[in-house]
Design a protein around this ligand. Structure first.
Ligand SMILES: [Zn+2]
Ligand SMILES: [Zn+2]
Length: 231
């Protein structure tokens, strides 16, 4: 489990009213954002505290959507949420293949800058400036046991080779071929319904319920699980 997820274990989106003293304390944090910030600031990796960055504002998200909506008339801010919603949109996919780079931890949109293509709009800014903009870098280890800082790595050729979850995954894959992967027949243990694999760390997680679940409900759950990525 990632360190950030460990921090999030203390966060609940629903809670009961606490004693006045704690209510006052939470009142001071006044938003989920402030609570998350204070949790993450208390975490550290190899003695270096985590930093947080300011999240996009509603206004910024709206502005981005305004641009995105020009791509394909079928896109919709309220209902386009997952890959399955866009996979049949021709214009969107044309743009996606032409100008976007999807990595595990980031997504990049960058014009090609080539005026002979009309998939992305021509450059509106300074061409010289545009040519200086490099691709967003993947995480690469530095020589101090930490990942390199953005400043040090920006502009270098990188790939996903050092990305932490993929590293774990390739280790796990070798183990999977032996006995760590649960066989379907071992998945039912009394009320243990199902196992799901976490897409981040590739470890199995058990889904269980307090009461015996009807076979029919389990079937429904199974088909639902096929449509989601669990992490
Ligand atoms: Zn282009
Ligand atoms: Zn995981």
């Amino acid at each position: 489990m990632s360190i950030l997820n460990l921090g999030l274990q203390s966060v609940g989106l629903m809670r009961q009213k606490m004693g006045q003293e704690f209510e006052d304390l939470i009142e001071g944090c006044n938003s989920m954002e402030a609570i998350l910030n204070s949790i993450f600031h208390r975490q550290s990796l190899k003695d270096r505290p985590f930093k947080t960055f300011e999240a996009a504002t509603e206004q910024e998200i709206d502005n981005l959507w305004k641009s995105i909506l020009q791509l394909d008339p079928d896109l919709n801010k309220d209902t386009t949420r997952q890959f399955k919603h866009v996979k049949n949109m021709t214009k969107f996919n044309e743009f996606y293949d032409h100008c976007c780079r999807k990595r595990h931890y980031f997504f990049e949109i960058k014009k090609c800058g080539n005026e002979f293509y009309n998939i992305c709009l021509p450059l509106s800014g300074d061409k010289e400036m545009f040519e200086k903009i490099s691709n967003f870098p993947d995480p690469m280890p530095g020589n101090d046991n930490h990942y390199m800082s953005f400043e040090d790595i920006y502009g270098k050729e990188t790939d996903e080779k050092y990305h932490p979850s993929l590293k774990n995954k390739s280790n796990n894959n070798t183990a999977d071929s032996n006995d760590s992967q649960l066989k379907p027949t071992q998945q039912y243990v009394r009320n243990v319904g199902l196992c799901v694999s976490c897409i981040e760390c590739n470890k199995p997680r058990v889904l269980y319920s307090k009461y015996k679940v009807k076979q029919e409900t389990i079937q429904k759950l199974r088909s639902f699980l096929e449509t989601v990525d669990y992490s």
